[in-house]
Design a protein around this ligand. Sequence first.
Ligand code: S3P
Length: 446
Amino acid sequence: MSHADPAAARPRRFTATGALRGRIRVPGDKSISHRSIMLGALAVGETRVTGLLEGEDVLATATAMRAMGASVERLGVGEWSVHGVGVGALLQPEAALDMGNSGTSTRLLMGLVSSHPIAATFTGDASLSKRPMGRVITPLSQMGASFEASEGGRLPLIVRGASPAVPITYRLPVASAQVKSAVLLAGLNTPGITTVIEPVPTRDHSERMLRGFGADLTVETDADGARLISIRGEAELKPQVIEVPGDPSSAAFFLVAALVVPGSEVLIENVGLNPTRAGIVTVLRQMGGQIEEVNPREVGGEPVADLLVRHSALKGIEVDPAIAPLMIDEFPVLFVAAAMADGVTTTSGLDELRVKESDRLAAMATALAAAGVRVEERADGLVITGTGGEPLVGTDAPIATHLDHRIAMSMAIAGLVSRAGVEVDDTRPIATSFPTFESMLDGLAA
Ligand code: S3P
């Protein structure tokens, strides 16, 4: 879905609801869902997935893998069957691959195509077409793939894979799990050993899942603390049975909602707490948030727990920039928590937020200021002076979400603690990652 037509936008005003109470189960993790389909499509035999996120981004990955020869079938709610073609056997897609809003689909699939003897055209919506692809084009070119990209290394672009591709050792210049994963996935069908050096750890789902599917992948740490991730190519992947844990990035909206709305108590079930993803829980606790982990367990090789969250008096803090990669998608909603905290919250080291589905620093600074929040936008972060729990003023005019699901959901939460409410210009993009967000929110408020 492109959500391109502004006339079809679905605006909504989010208003104070009173305490949020009850239990919810957030949908499957987006990162793990994408990778389940991609790796299933490269394994020979049937991979079964439960708890798959059925958001538009993941569906774009499913459609693309079908176009390259895999059978990807929905059996029931969140229950999918993937029959793969085998590493090295992806087929030439007949039409352009429409990636919609999804940067993860685009960058990871560019990696896969790069080491197969096929060419593919990638297209996307207005938001995705502004995002930089040079960060994957650089290493994938070194592996032998060739690219015809739009100005500035953007979509639409054509990838021509190399066969055989050349193994490389690549040091990541930006902390990006998508770039890391693109190179590792290209390495799957590359003779020899492909290595990614990661100076700062980012989400490690690709490493965990590649190993789970039987790839020969090792991780070492060097003297400077950088991670060296090596994959042996021309791998044979074995089909898996995968249970996808709940997405901590989706849970984050309800964590913050329950913390800031007086009287709330919410149990969020089945939340993935992989240490490379759980930074938001750490930071909200540092701010004084009461978040209890109940029934910790393992689901699909990932640590998971239910999170019991109670309304809390939050205090402003200086957020350590080193934690940013471990909660990179959660800053928009953290800014809402900061707006309700007592005192000043300072964030820094967030340059990457400017190249997400929107420029999230600019979008959130503008949106929060419009809702009456004292916010200063700096080059690499926001400084927010919170109300100490007093409701925000709210907005008259609709907030511009720039086709960014996380801006829409964050400002929806801000609406719950605003006198006038907050009007979001378009709720349609929420379906890219969290199609049940609005119904879950309405259910807790009822
Ligand atoms: C993702 C990596 C992150 C994140 C995105 C999902 C992934 O992007 O923002 O939502 O699944 O690998 P970057 O690699 O650009 O930081």
